[in-house]
Design a protein around this ligand. Structure first.
Ligand SMILES: [Zn+2]
Length: 231
């Protein structure tokens, strides 16, 4: 294998290392908390708070109704006890009972309306809660999958690094140094030649250049400066 071929193999390994390293960092960045799950948790918490507030209102209204019922009973007992003879006092008491009953009726309507809201909020909590469970399960699966992919990529990277070491051991160190310098400068150091064209710059190469590139020495493209590799 001539040195251009060896450097081309090295470049193939380097490019594979680069793209796998990019994939690894891209996947690693997806590990961790999910904004969608956090959003669903917040929504569920708010819905819970709303339900608790409604239940508090419901109980408070029920107590108020009980309180009025007790007052109505006491007033009616007094009204029908026969102990009050004064017609004006009786009329006042009658009026008080009616006012209390009207108030209670209003509160009962309010309690009914709150009860309906409690039912709706209970349904909302249940639906948000199951939505969150689904999202969390999806997130756990995704994290699991990402971890598997990360492990696979790490294996690939370690194999590539091993392959790179083996290649480096075979290539003339000066050629490697030259390759590294060109790579830094141009991104890729070696250009394949296909049908007389340099794949690095798409320029047609002179015959003399092609002939030289067939030999063992390192020949650079006169146009882009990359090392020419004839497959
Ligand atoms: Zn070129």
């Amino acid at each position: 294998m001539n040195v251009a071929n060896q450097l081309y193999q090295l470049q193939e390994v380097d490019l594979a290392l680069e793209s796998n390293e990019q994939a690894l960092s891209r996947i690693a960045s997806q590990l961790g908390e999910s904004q969608v799950v956090v959003g669903a948790q917040t929504e569920l918490t708010l819905e819970h708070q709303r339900l608790e507030e409604l239940r508090r209102q419901q109980h408070s209204t029920e107590w108020d109704i009980d309180d009025l019922s007790n007052k109505i009973s006491a007033a009616e007992q007094k009204l029908y006890s026969g102990r009050i003879g004064n017609p004006k006092e009786l009329a006042n008491l009658q009026h008080e009972v009616e006012t209390l009953k009207a108030g209670r009726s209003q509160l009962e309507d309010k309690a009914l309306a709150i009860m309906e809201q409690v039912e709706l909020a209970t349904l909302a909590v249940a639906s948000k809660s199951s939505e969150l469970k689904t999202l969390e399960a999806e997130w756990r699966n995704q994290q699991q999958q990402l971890s598997t992919e990360i492990e696979q990529l790490k294996t690939i990277l370690s194999e590539l690094n091993h392959k790179r070491q083996l290649l480096l051991a075979k290539i003339d160190p000066q050629a490697v140094e030259f390759y590294n310098g060109l790579k830094k400068q141009k991104g890729t150091a070696v250009a394949k030649v296909e049908q007389g064209i340099c794949c690095g710059c798409r320029i047609s190469l002179p015959t003399t250049e092609l002939q030289r590139a067939r030999s063992d020495s390192l020949v650079r493209c006169s146009s882009c400066g990359r090392i020419l590799f004839l497959a």
